[in-house]
Design a protein around this ligand. Structure first.
Ligand code: PEP
Ligand code: MG
Length: 327
């Protein structure tokens, strides 16, 4: 079994009929990169930069951030690294950033919303990412986007940072790719509008489920309603992928929520056309094995079948049967 996994590491995540997808990893710190490479991951699909802020007793300055991002980019070589801008608020707080108490923190000043209020903080991070981008294949990703205006606002601030760096004569990645997390239902259903403004999407199913199903992702009492494979979520995922693939310049859609590393979801997501799956390093071999054992045609049929079913329970039962047939 260990030998089988070692062999898998070198093989592409390709279906029997030749469709290749990217299997990449989620990281919180530069140290986590090792686990992705060891498991054959071909990039970072989500770098949760908030740990850089939470593990510090003061705001990390541009230099400190630049070093951390550069380290990740260098160890990933040519592979893409998607760096997510600060996602603080909700349940995550910074001791050195005083914020008003909120009645509903998850619906309040979180992530990009906070960054628009604390613009200096935001710009410091964007400058650090732009500068580090020189050392690899960096992508910037904005979290908690709810509409296209926010995308435009974030991109305008990014442009300001580029202008500043240019004036200061500091080198940076001029053509850095820009994408968003799709984790708020309003962004999912307007993905066709937003797609025109970005290079890629990454679906954050952890929050997408929380917001679309109105279920606190931490609350055990209502966790039975937290159903990532329910018809509601599958329809949203399908909508986002299709929106990204339309038009002349096809954009890619990844997924970096927990669902991307769930073997029960793999065949459906593949069949829906997901381009990139981002998960913890240790989940990569298992998902790769599943992808390598089907044809795209089979996966599409399974996805289509899933979309006709009326409950998550039925979807899970169907897909478990399909997985059994694979081995
Ligand atoms: C998500 O919401 O699915 C996600 C990947 O972001 P986080 O878990 O960091 O909120
Ligand atoms: Mg999220």
């Amino acid at each position: 079994f260990v030998e089988e996994l070692a062999q898998l590491k070198e093989l592409p995540a390709k279906t029997l009929d030749g469709t290749e997808v990217e299997l990449v990893g989620n990281i919180g710190t530069p140290k986590d990169v090792e686990g992705i490479l060891r498991n054959g991951g071909t990039g970072v699909g989500l770098y949760r930069t908030e740990f850089l802020y939470m593990d510090s007793d003061k705001m990390p300055d541009e230099e400190k951030q630049y070093k951390a991002y550069k380290e990740v980019l260098e160890s990933m070589g040519e592979h893409p690294v998607i760096i997510r801008t600060l996602d603080i608020g909700g349940d995550k707080k910074l001791p050195y950033l005083k914020l008003e108490d909120e009645m509903n923190p998850f619906l309040g000043l979180r992530a990009v919303r906070l960054c628009f209020v604390e613009e200096e903080l935001f710009k410091t991070q964007l400058r650090a990412i732009l500068r580090a981008g020189v050392y690899g294949n960096a992508h910037i990703m904005f979290p908690m986007i709810s509409n296209v205006q926010e995308v435009r606002q974030a991109k305008a601030i990014l442009e300001e940072c580029k202008e500043e760096l240019k004036k200061e004569g500091i080198s940076f990645d001029e053509n850095i790719k820009v994408g968003i997390m799709v984790e708020i239902p309003s962004a999912a259903v307007t993905a066709d509008i937003i797609a025109k403004e970005v290079d890629f999407f990454s679906i954050g199913t952890n929050d997408l489920c929380q917001y679309a199903l109105a279920v606190d992702r931490m609350n055990e009492t209502v966790s039975y309603l937290y159903q990532p494979l329910s018809p509601a979520i599958l329809r949203l995922v399908k909508m986002v992928i299709e929106a990204s693939h339309q038009g002349k310049a096809a954009k890619f859609t990844g997924m970096c929520g927990e669902l991307a590393g769930d073997p029960r979801a793999a065949l459906i997501l593949l069949g829906l056309g997901l381009d990139e799956f981002s998960m913890s390093g240790s989940s990569i071999p298992q998902i790769k094995k599943i992808i390598r054992s089907v044809s795209m045609e089979q996966a599409k049929e399974i996805a289509e079948k899933a979309l006709t079913l009326d409950t998550e329970e039925a979807v899970v039962a169907m897909v478990e049967e399909e997985l059994k047939n694979l081995d």
